[in-house]
Design a protein around this ligand. Sequence first.
Ligand code: IMP
Ligand code: MG
Length: 189
Amino acid sequence: MTVVARTGQSDDVAEILVTAEQIAAKVRELGARIATDYQSKDLVLVSILKGALPFLADLMRATPIPLSLDFLEVSSYGAGTESTGAVRILKDLANPIEGRHVLVVEDILDTGHTLSYVFDHLRAQRPESVRLCVLLDKPARRVIPIEIDYRGFEIADKFVVGYGLDYAEHYRNLPFVGVLKPEVYARRS
Ligand code: IMP
Ligand code: MG
């Protein structure tokens, strides 16, 4: 049997920006607020694949009211770290949202291109309301202004991975949000 030596993903992390414990505490706080705000409303959490998956999974269990789930998948950065501004829907909602209260659950708000596109797409389907919950906000990078109703953490202008966020599709399964060592990017270019 050939054993291929591979470095652990954690070895590639230069710095942890948000710990798993900080995320868990924030998710509990956001879930409690959402449960209060949407009590006895027809709430659908619309999550954007794939990055928002861990956040959605934790947030919905911290939100103790009846709710449904739906998913959108949009094109993102591919293997790079820079947004092109061009957004495409890869997977659309499964169920109608007309007349319902939509809460978009997203991992990170960066330039705002993705969410601005997603909001237009959702509003065209005449929901009763559309609001936004993001775990991470990078305000320094904003190109299109977007109002955030529920914000987890404001972070500096750094490319981050973990808790759903990827670099070239890897590191999504790290339980914290961190920054990679520069040599990780050099390996790919
Ligand atoms: P925006 O369209 O520039 O706001 O970027 C939004 C999307 O880009 C997010 O949903 C992420 O998929 C991705 N993204 C933005 N910043 C980062 C980052 O620091 N790490 C990983 N993905 C990111
Ligand atoms: Mg995303």
